[in-house]
Design a protein around this ligand. Structure first.
Ligand SMILES: [Zn+2]
Length: 186
């Protein structure tokens, strides 16, 4: 789910925060944003295809990390954290269930589109669907790791993401039905 991806982005960026403490907040916020970014394609394109790059994402992220090492500044660190978190998000969707609204029904094995091979990667289903209990467990572990590193306001961001993820997990299986009923009324 989105909050797990944001927390994963924060954990990825924690490495940068530890290495360059002067830019820690920038790194952590960029990591969270990069973790969330790919799922915007659920709104603006084909979900898990338009903005998801499980292979090409690294072609951008690795040079961005190299640039941040060579020329360390707020923008290069932010770019490195954002692109790495976004690439990690796309790759980690492979471990989830198929790209469908009711993932527990298992109607598709398509996890995430790989632009390099021109094919959908087959869902591994280590996490059955977004908002599954095991998804929340991932969030909790990531939040625990993040809280070892972050401080100040970013702590509240981590706690807030975990809280939102917990509520989402509790109501997840009812969400499609509620949305369908609302659509039927309009
Ligand atoms: Zn995604």
């Amino acid at each position: 789910m989105a909050t797990t991806h944001a927390l994963a982005g924060i954990v990825v960026a924690s490495v940068a925060a530890l290495l360059v403490p002067d830019h820690a907040t920038t790194a952590l916020l960029a990591g969270a944003a990069g973790g969330l970014f790919p799922d915007l394609d659920a709104v603006v394109g084909t979900h898990r295809k338009t903005l998801h790059f499980p292979a090409y994402g690294w072609v951008v992220a690795v040079p961005a990390v190299g640039l941040a090492v060579l020329v360390t500044g707020p923008w290069s660190v932010a770019l490195a954290c954002f692109t790495t978190a976004a690439a990690f998000h796309a790759l980690s969707d492979w471990a989830e269930g198929g790209v469908e609204w009711r993932g527990w029904e298992r109607n598709t094995d398509r996890a995430v589109y790989c632009h390099l091979t021109g094919e959908w990667l087959t869902a591994k289903r280590w996490v059955r669907y977004d908002g599954a209990p095991e998804d929340l467990l991932c969030s909790a572990v990531l939040a625990g790791v993040a809280l070892l590193v972050v401080s100040g306001l970013t702590r509240w961001l981590v706690v807030g993401l975990l809280a939102v993820g917990t509520v989402y997990t509790l109501v997840r299986r009812r969400v499609p039905g509620v949305v369908d009923r609302l659509r039927a009324r309009t």
